[in-house]
Design a protein around this ligand. Structure first.
Ligand SMILES: Nc1nc2c(ncn2[C@@H]2O[C@H](COP(=O)(O)OP(=O)(O)OP(=O)(O)O)[C@@H](O)[C@H]2O)c(=O)[nH]1
Length: 566
């Protein structure tokens, strides 16, 4: 949602609508007169073609500003003139007799009245449903409702080890009272299934949390309880005693799914300034990020700078064709997978299909109502993000894959070089992990790996980069951080991780973690820093595991780590 809130968006949309009306009044005067000049043989085929292009644009834009009847009349006139364009005949009197009949001119003369008559029917109210409430804060808090003090204690302790701040309530009424007063975003609401109906009622009341991940815990795991929990729209169900790592993992997954549904970066390419501005406002109000391009030659540069999830592109843009631009974008291998969606008033299905065959992925027809535009674009952003995530993130942990973490490290290395900053790279490895797999099985081992991934995500800063480097090996990059602070943070992670209790075959167990840290600016390359972190990790393993070791060079000529710690 752009700053200024809903009313601000409505005011801006109204202002754009006024500009649109002012523009169309002038265009109507001009174009209706010119098309009548054809009737009186005072103008030729070229005028008809220009009239066709103008009607095409009007048909695509009028509906967006709330002038539905004007848009559909323009569409009918456009279709009539399309026959003229396609005939490609110079026989004006023939055309006048066959195509431009009395009915055509009557409908043309009705356009100014339709502009006046329709002015009250504005698309803006429909936007209200799509407008997302402002979202601030980070997803760190979990609310917990249970009348059972043991359950409250167990969950509060367990989840706080994963970096969540747990707000505890002993009844849905208490939750209703205190909750309404806070604007903080929640990672999840975890509640006792004994209070199912009351909790469901409170959540329904607090409409702004309709998308809130809801998880229930219960002593009773009967089909009936599970069914009622599913019916309440819950995203997770756990029996007491709760498997905390699995619960933390589920909360993480539910939040990732929610985040995917919410965000999205869109690049709009269209040469109509007012229409583009209207789309931008509507999509931003719907929670999407938008950058616009009204001058098509800028498109490649803006793509590289902005790296959108999807591109929305008009097909007919004055001297430029969206089809050629899509083809051009595909010249570059890095954009081969970028979804390009035509947002065009082209209604001919054959033309739409051939446009898609030329390098785009989909077609949205103009005009489109605001709430539908938001829905359609969001759905495509979600899909695009899911696909790109599949390509770049490790499927078990959702962290960056090996190759990407190396790319990020190289970027951070260059940044530190350029600006003389301190940054650390750390290599992390689970201790005696083979024993975990051997004793409890691979699936339980996977739970442990995911638990570490989730803990790192919550304990580290948003700007830190976390990747799964190999099986049970992780890499963490800590920008703008001294070696001393990195040691402290990672030591804390080791302590928290060692406190997590896992369950396998009815047996509880704990796992520890070792880490090695190196300062990027003490090395000639990112690769060398990573090797040093790896060496420090193995020093730690030899020294007894469960902790952090900073890289210490054996070479007296090597720059000392003390510099970075200062
Ligand atoms: N469950 C699970 N295990 C994995 C995965 N990837 C690697 N592993 C296991 O991780 C274990 C790593 O064992 P080692 O490299 O011998 O090290 P370790 O037992 O952790 O011992 P130290 O590192 O010396 O403390 C092997 O048993 C691998 O099979 C995975 O994705 N899931």
């Amino acid at each position: 949602m752009p700053s200024g809130g809903y009313q601000d968006v409505v005011n801006k949309l109204e202002a754009l609508k006024a500009q649109f009306v002012a523009r169309v009044v002038v265009e109507l005067d001009d174009n209706v007169a010119k098309l009548h000049a054809v009737e009186g043989n005072a103008a030729g085929i070229r005028t008809l073609k220009q009239g066709y292009e103008w009607l095409h644009r009007l048909a695509g834009s009028a509906g967006t500003f709330g002038f539905q009847a004007l848009g559909s009349q323009a569409r009918k006139l456009e279709e009539t003139l399309k026959q003229v364009v396609e005939m490609d005949s110079d026989d004006l009197s023939g055309l006048l007799a066959t195509v431009l009949d009395e009915d055509f001119y009557q409908r043309l003369d009705s356009l100014p009245d339709l502009l006046k008559a329709d002015a009250g029917d504005c698309a803006i109210p429909l936007l209200q449903r799509a407008v997302a409430e402002p979202e601030d804060g980070i997803l760190q808090r979990v609310d917990l409702i249970s009348a059972n003090s043991e359950v409250r204690e167990e969950l509060e302790q367990g989840l706080s080890r994963y970096g969540y701040r747990v707000a505890v309530f002993d009844s849905p009424d208490g939750y209703r009272r205190d909750h309404a007063s806070t604007g903080e975003n929640l990672a999840a609401l975890v509640a006792d299934a004994d209070l199912l109906d009351a909790v469901h009622g409170v959540v329904a009341e607090l409409e702004r949390h309709s998308d809130l991940p809801l998880v229930f815990v219960a002593h009773d795991e009967s089909f009936d309880v599970r069914y009622r929990v599913a019916d309440a729209g819950a995203g997770g169900f756990f029996t007491v005693p709760v498997d905390i790592p699995a619960l933390a993992d589920r909360i993480q997954q539910l939040n990732e799914e929610r985040e995917e549904r919410q965000g999205g970066k869109v690049l709009i390419v269209d040469d109509d300034d007012q229409l583009v501005e209207h789309y931008r406002l509507v999509l931003e109000a719907g929670g999407l990020e938008v950058v616009t391009v009204t001058h098509p030659p800028d498109v490649i540069r803006r793509l590289s700078e902005y790296r959108p999830d999807i591109v929305l592109m008009d097909i007919h843009m004055g001297d430029y064709s969206g089809i050629n631009l899509a083809r051009m974008i595909r010249f570059q291998p890095e954009w081969l997978g970028l979804p390009i969606i035509y947002l065009s008033s082209e209604q001919d299905r054959d033309e739409q299909i051939s446009a898609i065959a030329e390098g785009a992925d989909d077609f949205i027809e103009k005009p489109i109502r605001d709430h539908r535009l938001v829905k359609e674009v969001k759905a495509r952003c979600v899909r695009a993000r899911q696909l790109s995530k599949l390509a770049s993130l490790d499927s078990l942990t959702g962290l960056l894959k090996h190759s990407l973490v190396k790319q990020e490290l190289a970027k951070e290395f260059d940044r530190c070089r350029r600006y003389g900053l301190a940054a650390q790279v750390a290599m992390l490895d689970l201790d005696h992990f083979k024993r975990v797999n051997d004793s409890h099985g691979h699936a339980v081992g996977d739970v442990v790996i995911r638990a570490l991934a989730n803990l790192l995500r919550h304990r580290l800063r948003k700007t830190d980069i976390i990747g799964r480097y190999g099986g049970e090996e992780f890499v963490v990059i800590l920008p703008d951080c001294s070696a001393e602070v990195a040691e402290e943070i990672l030591q804390d992670v080791c302590g928290q991780f060692a406190g997590l209790v896992f369950a396998g075959d009815g047996e509880e167990f704990q796992v520890t973690l070792s880490a090695g840290v190196a300062s990027l600016r003490n090395f000639a390359s990112a690769e060398a820093a990573l090797n040093a972190a790896d060496e420090a990790l193995y020093q730690r393993k030899r020294a007894g595991r469960n902790g952090v070791t900073l890289y210490q060079s054996q070479d007296p000529n090597h720059r000392d780590d003390q510099e970075a710690r200062a």
